[in-house]
Each structure stands twice: as C-alpha cells, then as structure tokens.
Design a protein around this ligand. Structure first.
Ligand code: NAP
Length: 265
C-alpha cells in the first residue's frame, strides 16, 4: 500500500486527488492538510464517502502520525516549497503539481533529494495530452522556428504565465535554432501587448471564467501555420498522471521535473 498525504486537500485539485487516490487499488489517503478546513472528513469534503481521515492544519504533525510514504501537493508556490522540505525531512516522497515554484527552489529541492536519496516529482502539467503537446511542439520547432504560445486558464489561477507555457517555451527554445521575435523595429503601443518573452518565445496569458486549462502553440511558416492545441476541460484530466506519478516516485532516488521524463525517458 502506498500511503498518501494530500496537501491542499480542500482545494479544487486536492479534492480530485483525494477521489482518485481512494479509488485506486494499492494506495490510500492517510492524511490531509489544508489550513482553511480543519476538522472535516476529507472524503466528505471531496464529495465521496467518509474516509475516516480528518483535514488538519499542520503537515509535520500529520507526517509524524500517518506513516505516509508520499505527499501530493497542490497548494501555492510558497506553501509547496515549505511542504516539500517538511516531507523530505520525514523521508516522505513529494509529488508536486503546484505551479510557479522558482527555479532556485527546484535546484535546492533537487539537492536535498540527492543527499537523502529520496525520489520526488515536480510536474507543471499532469495531463497526458499536455505532455504530448509539449513533446510535439519540440519536434515542430525544429522545422518551424517561428512560434508563439497562448495559454488560457480559469481566473482563480494565481501565476502567469502557466508552468506549462514556461516549460513549452523552454522545450521550443532548446529544439530550434536561435531565433528573434517579430520585427526588430516593432513598437508595443500598450504594455504587454506582445506578451512575455522566454528565450525569444512569446507567451500570452488569458484568464476567463468558463476556462479550465488550455494552450495553443502556434507555428508560422511561409504561407502556412501549424497549431498544436490541448484542452483540459475538467480537472479529472490530471488524475491518471497524478496516479502514475505516485507509483513512479516510489522507484526514484532523485527529483525529476516534468512527467515527460518518465514517459519519454
Ligand atoms: P486552490 O483551489 O486554491 O487550492 C489550493 C489549496 O491549498 C487551498 O485550499 C488552500 O487553502 C490550500 N493551502 C494553502 N496553503 C497551504 C498549506 N501551507 N498547506 C496545505 N494547504 C494549503 O488551487 P487549485 O486550483 O487546486 O490549484 C493548486 C495548484 O495546482 C496551483 O498552483 C495550480 O496552478 C496547480 N495546478 C497544477 C496542475 C498540474 O497538472 N500540475 C493542474 C491544475 C492546477 P486556502 O484557500 O485556505 O488558502
């Protein structure tokens, strides 16, 4: 049995994780942390049967008492970094979906995992379709070096651009020959009109009600465009990836960033 503690258990993603883990043979929810909802049964909070696991506010206390082996974190960047460090102190493997974690924090966490020989996963997007979109974008960028990214999310999302857009831009920048962006003499009449710029890849962020998580990678060539688009229309789309990560992290002895490393090697 893989014993899972869910941090951010009362959040939109946390509740989906509680449902998915409790339905998966070979794993169980043994702890739940969310400072906003202490005292509630996490199963009832997730809209399923009572699991006999009460939501608590203090992760360290939950780790001390639950004999957890994996922590799944969907919180905020600041909370996630503190939670990961606490989990590693207790020998618990982190599987992290929280986006917006700074690169220097990822490096520090990598070093702790290496020192403790503990597996960990930080995954900006758990949807298989999104992982494939990034992979295909990397291939297309070899042939179409002119590319811009539009990511679209629900308005409660706290970070912009999305972790997926940043990862896609990084993959594109590493796949293609160095390339400028637009015309050198172009003038931005409104701040931000041309979006953010990561290594020459423009990223545009849209936030609207009705959206979940979507991204278009648009390539331009002579007389043609190629668009690769992925849509997560429900948060369930992330759950097969989360379940796969919980299983895989048990075999790792280091921190791995991105699900692509596990799928494509
Ligand atoms: P959400 O609904 O706001 O849930 C976050 C939850 O974490 C809230 O209940 C929050 O409580 C709680 N929290 C805050 N600090 C905490 C702490 N120290 N310990 C435990 N819980 C804490 O957000 P969401 O939509 O679930 O998204 C969460 C994160 O996942 C975001 O970074 C989002 O971008 C990311 N995400 C990733 C993927 C992926 O595939 N990797 C997919 C979707 C979303 P309060 O509300 O009381 O502060």
């Amino acid at each position: 049995m893989i014993r899972v503690v869910v941090t951010g258990a009362a959040g939109r993603m946390g509740r989906e994780v509680v449902k998915a883990v409790s339905r998966t043979p070979g794993m169980e929810v043994v702890g739940a942390v969310d400072p906003g909802h202490p005292g509630q049964d996490v199963g009832l909070l997730a809209g399923i049967e009572a699991l006999g696991v009460t939501v608590r506010g203090d992760l360290a206390e939950v780790l001390r008492t639950s004999k957890a082996t994996v922590m799944v974190d969907f919180t905020t960047p600041g909370a996630a970094v503190a939670n990961i460090k606490t989990a590693l102190e207790y020998g618990v493997r982190p599987v992290v979906g929280t986006t917006g974690i700074a690169q220097r924090d990822v490096e520090e966490i990598k070093a702790i995992c290496r020192e403790k020989r503990l597996g960990g996963l930080i995954v900006p997007n758990f949807a298989l379709g999104a992982v494939l979109m990034m992979h295909f974008a990397g291939i297309a960028a070899r042939y179409f070096p002119d590319v811009e990214i539009i990511e679209l999310h629900h308005p409660q999302k706290l970070d912009a651009p999305s972790g997926t857009a940043l990862q896609t831009a990084d993959i594109v920048a590493r796949s293609r020959q160095e390339k400028g962006v637009g015309d050198r003499t172009e003038v931005e009449k409104l701040d931000g009109a041309r979006g953010g710029n990561l290594e020459g890849v423009r990223i545009h962020s849209v936030r609207l009600p009705g959206l979940v998580a979507h991204q278009e990678v648009i390539f331009g060539g002579l007389g043609q465009t190629l668009t690769i688009r992925h849509d997560s229309t429900s948060r369930e789309s992330f759950m097969p990836g989360v379940i796969m990560a919980i299983k895989k992290v048990m075999e790792l002895e280091q921190l791995v960033y991105g699900l692509d490393r596990l799928i494509f090697g």
